[in-house]
Each structure stands twice: as C-alpha cells, then as structure tokens.
Design a protein around this ligand. Structure first.
Ligand SMILES: NC(=O)c1ccc[n+]([C@@H]2O[C@H](COP(=O)([O-])OP(=O)(O)OC[C@H]3O[C@@H](n4cnc5c(N)ncnc54)[C@H](OP(=O)(O)O)[C@@H]3O)[C@@H](O)[C@H]2O)c1
Length: 248
C-alpha cells in the first residue's frame, strides 16, 4: 500500500509549476487529488490527464483562492467528488519584485490577497472537513529567511505564511491536524520563467549562494510535500522546512 492510499488532497494552484508536481506526486503516492487552477484550465486538465494515465485519481477545479466563495467552492468540490478531505496544500501564489520606491497599493493587495488571504480562506473552508491525522502544507519561501533586497511585498507575504503556520498549528493541534510550511528556494517553473528570473543575474547569484550548486526543480519540492502529507511526518507541526539546496 502506498503512503497516501485512501487520502484525499487539494493542491491549490496546481495547473503548473510546483503545484502541478506536488499534485502528481501526491497522486502517485495514492491520494485522490483536486487540481485547483485560477485561469489555466488546459494546464490543470493536462495534470489530471497525466495522473489518470499513471493510474491515479484527480479532478480539475477552477477557483480563485482570494475569494471566499470560490475558496469554499474548491473544498466543496473535493467533498462532492471524494467524500472527505485529508490534505490541503496551499500552494497558489504570485510574485513580483520591486524596490521600495516602486511599491504601490495595487501590487501590495494583489500579492497579499492571493498569497496570504487566499491561504486563510482556503484553510478556513477546509478545516471544517479535516479530521484527526490531517495535514496542511503551506508553501512559503526561503525569502522570509534571506530577505532579498527589492522583495518587500513578496517577502512580507511569505513572512506572514510562516507566522500563520505557527498560529494555525496551535489552533488546529488540539484536533490533531498538523500545519507546516514548506519553503522552497528558487525553483525553475513557468512562473520563474515568465517573471524573468531564469537566465538573469538573480539566478546566477542564487545558484552561487546555493551549497548544492543548482536551481531547484518542482520534484525536489514535491517529494518533501509527500513526506509532510504522510504519517511519516506525524510528529511535525508548526515547522518551517527550508527546501533550497542549503540556501538559508
Ligand atoms: N518558483 C520559485 O522559485 C518559488 C520559490 C519559493 C516559493 N515559491 C512559491 O511556490 C508557489 C508556486 O510557485 P510557482 O513558481 O510554481 O508558480 P507558477 O508557476 O507561477 O504557478 C502558480 C500557480 O498558482 C495559481 N494561482 C495564481 N493565482 C491564483 C489564485 N488567485 N487562485 C488560485 N490559484 C492561483 C496559478 O493558476 P493559473 O495558472 O490558473 O493562473 C498556478 O497554478 C507560490 O506560492 C510561490 O510563492 C516559488
């Protein structure tokens, strides 16, 4: 029997990048997976097709995590399709760097609404269905530790993710629900390509400061997510796992 046989998982923002890899890995470990997306229907359907082809179970569900009704809709879809919920991976996220003088309200609210409010709304909706032994995995970032110049908004959102992880581990601990942050270093994804990080001086500098000497790949993160979703990590809660090849 695989580690997650019989479990039901939601992965937000699973149409591409880290979320897609996590969805496939959870399914390969036996979970039935809700593959959430905001706009990339085709990407999400491809992830579902890959999972199904490999003998797993998955369904694509549209929903903007930053809207309460849509966040609830993602959770309701999991219950409607699979009857229960055991694992929530709050992965949906956006990033853009800008120096202090270019910060504006619109960009602040865009990043905080998706990265922080979205996590809270989805977790709030999910918590009603999570039982003993469930696991919530919040995808943070090593930026909350290394605080790169020019990243105040994004790093602010990920600092909030770390703090909220600690708070919710205490709130949900009495119900035996674990809450951990999984904080990647730079990973090659559709998002980091379109943000212009890949191939830039930022990438070169990041790799130079990485003890293992390369960028992360989505599967580097996905295997740790499987660990955090499974009972192998049953004694971990409120942790911030840095997953950046040694970057800290
Ligand atoms: N890549 C990195 O270097 C890195 C490092 C540390 C942490 N992270 C974190 O890892 C997570 C994934 O990053 P990534 O690089 O894989 O990103 P990505 O390739 O840009 O993918 C982002 C995902 O989030 C979804 N999304 C965006 N807005 C959403 C919303 N309002 N509601 C629901 N889903 C939404 C997107 O869905 P659509 O495609 O449908 O819009 C997509 O599936 C983020 O939380 C990011 O902060 C990334």
């Amino acid at each position: 029997m695989s580690k997650l046989t019989g479990k039901v998982a939601i992965v937000t923002g699973a149409s591409k990048g880290i979320g897609a890899a996590i969805a496939k890995s959870l399914a390969a470990a036996g979970a039935s997976v809700v593959v959430n997306y905001a706009s990339s229907k085709e990407g999400a359907e491809k992830v579902v097709a890959d999972i199904t082809k490999a003998g797993g179970k998955a369904v694509a569900v549209k929903g903007d995590v930053s809207k309460a009704a849509e966040a609830k809709g993602i959770v309701d879809a999991a219950i409607a399709h699979y009857g229960k919920l055991d694992v929530l991976v709050n992965n949906s996220g956006v990033y853009a760097f800008s120096p202090l003088e270019e910060i504006n309200e619109e960009e602040f609210h865009r990043q905080f609404n998706i990265n922080v409010l979205g996590l809270l709304l989805t977790t709030q909706a999910a918590s009603k269905h999570l039982g003993e032994g469930s696991s919530i995995i919040n995808i943070g970032s090593v930026v909350s530790r290394i605080t790169p110049s020019g990243s105040a908004i994004y790093t602010g959102t990920k600092g909030a993710v770390d703090a909220i992880t600690g708070v919710l581990s205490r709130e949900l601990g009495p119900r035996k629900i674990r809450v951990n942050a999984l904080n990647p270093g730079m990973v090659e994804t559709e998002g980091t390509h379109s943000a212009g990080f890949i191939g830039s001086d930022f990438e070169t500098g990041t790799v130079a400061q990485t003890p293992l000497g390369r960028l992360g790949q989505p599967n580097d993160i996905a295997s740790i997510a499987v660990f955090l979703a499974s009972d192998d990590s049953a004694w971990l809660t409120g942790e911030q796992l840095l997953a950046g090849g040694g970057v800290r």
